[in-house]
Ligand binder design. Structure first.
Ligand SMILES: Nc1ncnc2c1ncn2[C@@H]1O[C@H](COP(=O)(O)OP(=O)(O)OP(=O)(O)O)[C@@H](O)[C@H]1O
Length: 362
């Protein structure tokens, strides 16, 4: 129950719009893969999903399922099922009949459809809930029913449009675990829209990052964080360290000194912005040499902001500022001398966009 999905130069211009909602989006999803479509509000995430589902026709470009163009194929004949942010269940039907609905309408005998639906309720861990009215379910349970109903249609591609965003963090975590179990058992191809980086990191094999209708990067979660294709990607992925400088002979030079490219990589010579994942910066107060593979920088603690079990630290290194996180229990105080140890593997150089190069991330 999985298929490959290919988006080929997908473009959507809504009537009267000044700029396209999607502009030439091209990517492939492997059979059984989970792709997260990530991006800020209005970037075109739902438009991609609605085009794949057949709910909106693209202005140009193609959508291929297992290599076959689905242009003109009605939504219900595409072999896809969609789960929305709101579960959209029939309130007058029981839980079981909601899940069995599509099969019954398609002409499957009621008894068979219900037996089948029971299996999917079990899959979403709602066995025993079949006879309940929909109105007796919690939000998380409703979304499980919506998922069971979508899976009961045995879609080749499962489309999820921010399906867990209305749930509280704990329930959302449970749903991520459930999605992992469903993937293990059924391996559906999944395309999931989310604006939450953490959710994308937990559920997806790869991420398509959109901004203003453009695909900025299609890559693994780890590479989006540590090898952003541009300054915009770095910022959208929450990158907070940006150092203007120049690459010479494969080493970036900036206010913090020389940072050689990570092992096995090369950086092109020229002006460039060194971007560094702040989560990887280690703050040391001992006068120790930086360990192998790391760059050491002398600094002074310029700011400290409590964040529950963690504290965010700003380090001043001459004119440059570095960000880091430490456990809240670390007794680092403003004005204290410290050194930052930066793993080279957490560093990347991106083109310096002169329109945005000077602004620091918020
Ligand atoms: N039916 C429509 N008619 C006109 N413009 C639309 C329509 N649907 C979406 N748009 C516009 O297309 C752009 C992309 O919208 P879309 O809903 O795909 O973004 P999104 O990334 O899903 O946003 P959000 O995270 O807020 O849901 C936006 O500028 C939006 O205003």
């Amino acid at each position: 129950m999985s298929a490959t999905l290919t988006l080929d130069a997908l473009t959507k211009v809504f009537d009267g719009a000044r700029s396209p909602a999607l502009d030439g989006v091209a990517l492939g999803v492997d059979a059984g893969e989970c792709l997260a479509i990530l991006g800020p509000s209005g970037s075109g995430k739902s438009t991609v999903l609605r085009a794949i589902a057949g709910l909106d026709a693209p202005t140009s470009g193609r959508i291929l399922v297992d290599g076959t163009d689905v242009a003109g194929v009605a939504p219900e004949r595409r072999g896809m099922a969609m789960v929305f942010q709101r579960p959209l269940l029939f309130p007058h039907l029981s839980v079981l009949d909601n899940v069995a609905f599509a099969a019954t309408v398609a002409g499957q005998p009621r008894r068979e459809a219900r037996a089948d639906a029971r299996q999917f309720l079990e899959l979403v861990q709602l066995e025993g809930f079949g006879d309940r009215p929909i109105t007796a379910l919690s939000g998380g349970q409703e979304q499980r029913v919506a998922l069971a109903r979508a899976l009961a249609a045995r879609p080749r591609v499962l489309l999820l449009d921010e399906p867990f965003s209305a749930l509280d963090p704990e329930l959302r975590g449970d749903m991520h675990t459930l999605l992992g179990q469903i993937r293990q058992q059924l391996s559906p191809t999944i395309v999931m829209v989310t604006h939450d980086r953490d959710e994308a990191a937990v559920v997806a094999d790869r991420v398509a990052l959109l901004s203003a209708g453009h695909l900025l990067q299609h890559d693994t979660v780890e590479r989006l964080y540590t090898r952003p294709a541009s300054l915009e990607v770095s910022r959208l992925m929450g990158g907070r360290i940006e150092l203007v400088g120049e690459v010479r002979d494969g080493t970036h030079h900036s206010a913090i000194g020389a940072v050689p490219a990570p092992e096995g990589e090369t950086w092109a010579d020229g002006r460039g912005m060194l971007v560094v994942r702040h989560e990887a910066v280690h703050v040391s107060t001992l006068p120790a040499e930086a360990p192998p593979g790391m760059v050491g920088v002398d600094a002074v603690v310029a700011d400290r902001r409590p964040r529950g079990p963690r504290a965010e630290i700003t380090l001043a290194c001459g004119d440059a500022l570095l960000e880091a996180e430490v456990p809240a229990s670390r007794p680092l105080v403003v004005g204290q001398r410290a050194s930052a140890h930066i793993p080279r593997s957490a560093c990347s150089v991106v083109a310096l966009d002169d329109r945005q190069g000077i602004r620091r991330p918020a």
